[in-house]
Design a protein around this ligand. Structure first.
Ligand SMILES: [Zn+2]
Length: 178
């Protein structure tokens, strides 16, 4: 029961931390473009699924005239810097459940580093990327899987007895010969 509660808490906290993490990630995209001297804007877009006929609102930072190389740097730097910030905050917190949730968000941001950098690199070197790489089902599906895995791992860690368990072994006693 304790492990199930712990898993559920980590899952809910991971989901709750996702939006602040996403805002930080997008803000760092903006900051990177600014540092590169590229004017950019944060837009709320209509984000289309690639497998079904459905759109959801999405956040997207678009530069006015970014070159492919600047876009590649920005695609890497936004989520990578956000992952470093969230990891640092998570490492400093004493609450284990929140720390686990923040580390799950670091893993999600690392996934975004991979997928966004690959998307920009394909666009730069091939002239086009795969549309499913930037689709909501891949991005949010992967994030959900990462959060579920983090929740399951947290539950398993609770159900496993800690080193020594409830009855730690007694130190060896020396018997002196009479
Ligand atoms: Zn991004």
């Amino acid at each position: 029961m304790a492990s199930l509660l712990r898993s559920l808490s980590v899952l809910l906290l991971s989901l709750a931390c996702f939006l602040p993490g996403l805002l930080l990630h997008e803000w760092l995209h903006l900051l990177t473009f600014q540092a590169l001297g590229e004017p950019a804007h944060l837009l709320i877009t209509s984000w289309r699924f690639s497998l079904i006929d459905l759109s959801i609102p999405g956040l997207h930072v678009a530069a006015d005239h970014a070159t492919g190389f600047d876009q590649l740097i920005d695609s890497f730097a936004g989520p990578a810097m956000a992952a470093i910030v969230v990891f640092t905050v998570g490492s400093l917190l004493p609450w284990r459940l929140l720390r686990s949730a923040l580390f799950a968000n670091v893993a999600a941001l690392e996934f975004f580093v991979l997928v966004e950098t690959l998307d920009a690199a394909l666009d730069l070197y091939r002239g086009s990327a795969y549309p499913w790489l930037a689709s909501p089902e891949l991005d949010y599906g992967a994030v959900l899987l990462i959060f579920l895995a983090a929740a399951a791992i947290s539950g398993l860690r609770t159900s496993r007895p800690s080193a020594g368990g409830l009855n730690p072994p007694l130190p060896p006693t020396r018997v002196r010969p009479e």
